[in-house]
Design a protein around this ligand. Sequence first.
Ligand code: ZN
Length: 90
Amino acid sequence: MRRSDSDELLIAVLTGEAPIYHPNTGQPVDESAERNTKGLKELSRGAKIGLEPPRFCQICGRRMIVQVLPMGWVAHCSRHGELDSRALER
Ligand SMILES: [Zn+2]
C-alpha cells in the first residue's frame, strides 16, 4: 500500500476535526490563535473549505497539490491523501 492512498485528511475534514494547521496559510493553529483570528471558527465548521481550495494539509501543514476542476477542486497531501471538494457537498 502506498502512503499516498491514505484517506486520513478526508476523514478529518468530514468528521469536523479541528485543523492543526490552517488550510490557507499553513500556520499552526492553537487555541489562542483560534480565538484571535477571525475566520477560523468558520473553517472549523467546514463552511469555507467547500468554497475555496485549501492550500495546506490541515493535519501536517504540508503544501498540497491542488487541482481546480470545473465542478470543484481536489487537494492532495503526499502523506494524508486526497481531499475532493465533491466529498464535502451534500
Ligand atoms: Zn498531511
